[in-house]
Design a protein around this ligand. Structure first.
Ligand SMILES: [Zn+2]
Length: 201
């Protein structure tokens, strides 16, 4: 449905099913496949540059508790995606259904995770692996919630489409402050090696 308070010309909300759950980690695989299909059908039907994202928890900017994602149509490719040069090196966590999850060796925040096709490919909004990628995201979120003993860990996640499409999971358990936002220097108190090991177990 249309976002009630769009900041851009077109913004839509994808409601993750009728069950009143608060986290993507609580969704069934069948629902996650429908979320992938909804993203892909809207991107195809509307055209343009569609940016898919997910905010969970108040600290991560979510204003509604019912699990949902957003589609935002951008006037130009997302600068953060356009500035990437290939995929970062990751410490492997889990591979399933043709997609792999790992913690970037230069993780910006604790438990940052990158999810990408095991064989890099373009166009996530057309890929049959988007459903499996969202399933893997949900599994990682469940493991993160268990590791921290919290039913809802605030997080952002998004799809970077392009030559090597991927999902990025960016948990919001630390505060981004002047050093992070101003200098682009991230102080991360959990080493990615430790994060990857925790998420593997
Ligand atoms: Zn990216």
């Amino acid at each position: 449905m249309p976002n009630l308070y769009p900041a851009l010309e077109r913004q839509e909300v994808v409601i993750h099913g009728p069950d009143h759950v608060h986290s993507v980690g609580e969704l069934t695989d069948a629902t996650l496949d429908l979320v992938a299909e909804a993203w892909q059908r809207r991107a195809r039907d509307v055209g343009g540059i569609c940016f898919a994202l997910l905010n969970e928890g108040h600290e991560a900017g979510a204003s509604l508790p019912h699990s949902h994602s957003q589609l935002a149509w951008l006037p130009a490719p997302a600068p953060a995606a356009a500035g990437e040069r290939g995929l970062p090196d990751v410490l492997p966590v889990l591979e399933r259904g043709g997609v792999a999850a790992g913690c970037p060796v230069a993780s910006r925040v604790p438990y940052e995770v990158l999810i990408a096709p095991a064989r890099p490919e373009p166009d996530g909004l057309r890929s049959e692996l988007l459903g499996p990628a969202l399933r893997l995201l949900a599994e990682i979120v469940r493991r993160l919630q268990r590791a921290r003993g919290e039913a809802l860990v605030p997080l952002n996640a998004w799809l970077h489409d392009g030559p090597h499409w991927h999902l990025e999971l960016f948990p919001r358990t630390t505060r981004l402050a002047g050093l992070e936002l101003g200098a682009g220097v991230y102080v991360n108190p959990v080493a990615p090696e430790e994060a990857a090991e925790t998420l593997r177990d």
